[in-house]
Design a protein around this ligand. Structure first.
Ligand code: HEC
Length: 119
């Protein structure tokens, strides 16, 4: 994926929402949306809640990307199934997207106009 270098350099800024189209396709392809939504808790936590939980952690993208691939179960009713078929680059992009959307949709940033999504 030729965008992975660019994605890496985008840090956690809301402008990372520019990675949109690819990620939207990944979310459908891997059916993340069955269990996750931006704001709403489904079987899995909302992206906003995930972002809140990882707020301030420098390694958040790496941690989430790893957990997307190996799965997670922190004692809730449901668990996050492992997705070993998701490439590292794709998992990074998904993690970055989740943190971006989460930050934007929970208005943790004052620059919501740069979120790329109007809400
Ligand atoms: C079958 C339902 C289901 C599917 C499909 C699913 N998830 Fe999850 N996900 C969960 C649940 C439940 C949790 C909470 C797990 C826990 O920590 O107990 C979770 C947690 C997460 C977390 C937070 C992990 C953490 O460390 O807190 C991320 C990020 C995530 N999912 C991303 C994804 C992505 C990306 C996909 C698609 C590749 C996906 N999920 C598909 C149910 C799902």
């Amino acid at each position: 994926m030729k965008t992975s270098l660019a994605l890496l350099s985008m840090a956690l800024s809301c402008t990372a929402a520019a990675a949109g189209p690819d990620v939207q396709q990944l979310l459908v392809q891997y059916r993340c949306s069955i269990c996750h939504a931006e704001q709403e808790t489904l079987a899995g936590p909302s992206y906003a809640d995930i972002t809140k939980a990882y707020r301030g952690q420098k390694q958040a993208v790496a941690l989430l990307a790893a957990r997307i691939r190996i799965g997670a179960h922190d004692g809730g009713l449901w668990h996050m199934p492992p997705h070993p078929e998701v490439s590292k680059a794709a998992a990074d992009a998904l993690a970055r997207y989740i943190l971006t959307v989460g930050a934007c949709s929970s208005a943790m940033t004052s620059s919501s106009e740069t979120c790329g999504k109007s809400r």
